[in-house]
Write a protein that binds this ligand. Structure first.
Ligand code: NDP
Length: 375
């Protein structure tokens, strides 16, 4: 035992030394892709809380939220979280490292970490207040991660955590959907070809749902191959005529907002506890432009109006947000190992070329995910 103890201290010291300073892509002020700078002397990510772990990041992905956060989106609310959790002590969020998800190896554990040990291969998505994963090391909480699936590479694994945790938050936490309730129900997904769409189609189809997804012409084969029973091409003609003649839906996952939320409500099965869950909400933008409290109040009013729209149609409209969720990552891990869900990687970017990946994500039209090889 004392030998093990000494070994552990040596391991912790070695890994701490390894992370004294690290390489990271960071921004020093809000702006466009030109603000991204590769620093080799960024202060090392360090464990501050006994539930945290230090992870060597092997791969991470780029999400639309990274592009928005680079421009300052959400800063009012996220800065409050940063202060509450002691992430920013110097009064500024800069230098700011972007990147919300990762696949990697545990190199150090806080004293209350019970589920993981040094050397474990793990994956997960981390809270918006944390310094990000576009770096050689990142600090995560044990509640945000699970072991990585054994049957896929780190690059493939890194394509999933942020979209998996967001889809889980939307469908299961906010939408109260479970595998048992899902069987035989009809779901419509607006935006089937991107990160959220490619993940959600696979999750819901393997839970036995009848999945309809919208996408553009060139993505139809991909979306079908992931398990969509019916695909509606939004490029050839407006989708509403075709959709309104179909049997109504029990769940709608909306990744597009605007007219998709307003018209989507009318496609819900009336008076069946059906739900449209939207990932496009004005909460963060309102807080940025109006200030924290007025922004939240305005958002509460809009959320109320949205839920009235749902009630009038005999369903409900709910707002959803990304939430880190280690337990969900564990379930997804099992589904990946059972080959019910597979990674959809459009392109892998070397760590030295991260701005190219940001450009690709900014240009849109993604087919799955853009993944960074952090090694
Ligand atoms: P991606 O950029 O990976 O995918 C978006 C996909 O939508 C692309 O494949 C695009 O392809 C397709 N698309 C665009 N317009 C339409 C349309 N009119 N009809 C059907 N498909 C369309 O984004 P994600 O999947 O990662 O995220 C989607 C959105 O979800 C984000 O932009 C964000 O607004 C929201 N989100 C919100 C979160 C939250 O916490 N609230 C968290 C994560 C995401 P093409 O243009 O070629 O058709």
């Amino acid at each position: 035992n004392s030998c093990n103890g000494i070994l552990h201290i040596v391991k912790v010291r070695m890994s701490s030394n390894a992370a004294a300073s690290m390489s990271a892509w960071q921004i020093n002020r809000y702006g466009g892709i030109e603000e991204l700078t590769l620093s080799t002397t960024t202060r090392a990510a360090t464990i501050k809380n006994p539930n945290e772990l230090l992870v060597r990041v092997h791969a991470s992905s780029i999400n639309p939220i990274d592009i928005r956060m680079m421009g300052g989106y959400g800063k009012a609310l996220i800065n409050v979280l940063r202060q509450q959790k002691g992430v920013t002590q110097s009064g500024t969020e800069f230098p700011l490292i972007l990147g919300r998800d990762f696949s990697g190896t545990v190199v150090e554990t806080g004293r209350n970490v019970t589920k993981f040990k040094v050397g474990d291969e793990v994956w997960g998505a981390i809270g918006a207040e944390r310094p990000g994963t576009h770096a050689k090391y990142t600090v995560v909480s044990q509640s945000e991660i699970s072991k990585k699936p054994l049957n896929i590479s780190h690059i493939e694994a890194a394509s999933m955590p942020y979209v998996a945790a967001t889809s889980w938050a939307a469908l299961c936490t906010v939408g109260e959907l479970t595998e048992r309730k899902a069987v035989g129900k009809r779901v419509l997904i607006f935006g089937g070809s991107g990160g959220i769409g490619t993940f959600s189609i696979q999750l819901l189809s393997s839970w036995g749902m009848d999945v309809t997804a919208t996408c553009s012409t060139d993505a139809i084969d991909l979306v079908r191959s992931l398990g969509a029973n019916s695909v509606v091409d939004y490029k050839v003609k407006p989708i509403w005529n075709e959709l309104k003649h179909q049997k109504r839906f029990d769940y709608i996952l909306d990744t597009l907002g605007g007219e998709y939320t307003t018209n989507g409500v009318k496609l819900l099965s009336p008076w069946q506890n059906s739900k449209l869950i939207t990932l496009v909400t004005p909460l963060l933008k309102n807080s940025d432009t109006l200030g924290l409290i007025p922004g939240m109040l305005k958002s509460a009013v809009t959320a109320g109006i949205d839920s009235i729209k749902g009630l009038k149609s005999g369903g409900s409209v709910r707002w959803a947000f990304f939430l880190p969720n280690g337990a969900a990552m564990e379930k997804v891990k099992q589904m990946v190992e059972a080959e019910q869900i597979k990674p959809v990687v459009q392109e892998t970017i070397p760590f030295s070329k991260v701005p190219d990946g940001f450009r690709t994500v900014s240009n849109g039209h993604l087919r799955g995910k853009i993944v960074i090889d952090n090694l």
